[in-house]
Design a protein around this ligand. Structure first.
Ligand code: LRH
Ligand code: MN
Length: 386
């Protein structure tokens, strides 16, 4: 049992987001922090620290234009030199004045063209960096009833998605992200998993849904969505984070570790765990007030702990209790796994991999943070540019 779990855990791969290493905040304030990277090369150097101490964060998602560079092949080579690879390429059609009334759904055809061209340019970045995944999130929506035609906006969205779909090359795919609200406050054009799923099914196998754990109405059973999308073969990945209220983008597992466990249990049960599953486990977080690299290390560990607990579920006993209609018995099987302290097992796993058993303590002892704070003087710290 433990050997198999260890083998499964050794195959874990979590993708960290380049923007988590830059300054971020809310509409009220983006706090600058010491030692923050000034360019994508320094962001990758910080991401390499997360992989160095956890052993399971081998790829980094980029966001365009936040990570725009003259030479993407050089950036990709820099990543490889750090033991990393470039992961999902994230488009950004939410920070241009032209997109006030929407990007690919905008009533103005010129603006729709501009937005679609950006999405196509992101596929060029995939080609240049060797990335196989494009992640599409649209802030598109309206704030007042009647502001625009809901149906027509879906037609415009479908047209743009179809053009991007046709541009995808061999082995490439796109993940369509949904979000209930914000920045739109009446209707969002891709508000829920069903809308994303329906658009993807119309397009084809290369179009899948990404589940951002901060993008649902309070009380939504996210693991049900996960189970359903896995059954349909349309779960492309996760944007992991956690929240107490809305899209808070806090460290995954920090607000609701039990929910993260339930999600990972459905992932394992649904065949969504492991390199062959094609499910991308990405973090999408902002460390507005806490140190960023340490925050990413803690987040990767939270996913690892939830995964270990999910792998510990005695599926035989669970199936027997479920078949017998033993409600309390079945629930107890899951709770036993959830209530198991997996930290000793993970410390052992790290030691066997030649890593320090406690990544947070090891990173703190490394002096890396103090070093980059001293080195990174001058220049402009990276941020959302919101
Ligand atoms: C939108 C979102 C999306 C990213 C952005 C940084 O809320 O989740 O995935 O593009 O955050
Ligand atoms: Mn996201």
């Amino acid at each position: 049992m433990t050997t198999d779990i260890k083998a499964a855990l050794r195959a874990q791969a979590i993708e960290t987001p380049s923007w988590a290493y830059g300054n971020s905040g809310t509409r009220f304030k983006v706090f600058a922090q010491p030692g923050v990277p000034r360019d994508p090369f320094e962001k990758l150097a910080d991401a390499a620290q997360v992989h160095a101490f956890t052993g399971i964060a081998p790829s980094v998602a980029l966001h365009i234009p936040w990570d725009e560079v003259d030479d993407y092949a050089a950036l990709s080579a820099h990543a490889a030199g750090l033991g990393l690879r470039i992961g999902a390429i994230n488009s950004n059609v939410f920070q241009d004045d032209d997109y006030r009334l929407g990007s690919v759904t905008n009533p103005d055809a010129r603006i729709r063209r501009k937005a679609t061209d950006h999405l196509l340019a992101c596929v060029d970045v995939m080609d240049a960096t060797g990335s196989d995944t494009l992640k599409l999130w649209f802030s598109d929506g309206i704030n007042y009833p009647g502001q625009d035609d809901l149906r027509a906006r879906q037609d415009r969205l479908a047209e743009a998605l179809s053009e991007v779909y046709d541009r995808l090359g061999e082995g490439q795919r796109f993940l369509l992200e949904y979000k209930l609200f914000e920045p739109a406050f009446y209707a969002t054009d891709v508000p829920d998993w069903g809308t994303a799923y329906a658009h993807c099914v119309r397009l084809g196998e290369k179009a899948q849904v990404v589940v951002d754990t901060g993008h649902h109405a309070p009380g939504t059973n996210i693991e049900f969505i996960v189970a359903f999308l896995l059954r349909e073969g349309r779960l492309g990945g996760f944007d992991f984070n956690s929240r107490f209220y809305a899209d808070d983008d806090l460290m995954v597992g920090s607000a609701d570790p039990f929910q993260l466990f339930r999600i990972m249990f459905e992932v394992v049960r649904g065949g969504g765990y492991g390199p062959e599953s094609g499910v991308a486990f990405m973090l999408d977080q902002c460390h507005n007030i806490e140190p960023k690299i340490a925050g990413q290390i803690r987040s990767v560990m939270n996913v690892q702990e939830a995964t270990a607990k999910a792998l510990l579920v005695d599926t035989g006993a669970l199936a027997a209790a479920q078949a017998a209609g033993d409600v309390l018995g079945a629930n107890a099987v899951l709770m036993d796994a959830y209530n198991t302290d997996v930290r000793p097992l993970l410390a052992e796993l790290r030691a066997e991999a030649g890593l320090e058993p406690d990544p947070m303590a090891a990173y703190a002892r490394s002096g890396y943070f103090e070093r980059v704070c001293a080195e990174r003087v001058g220049g402009t710290q990276a941020g959302w540019g919101a």
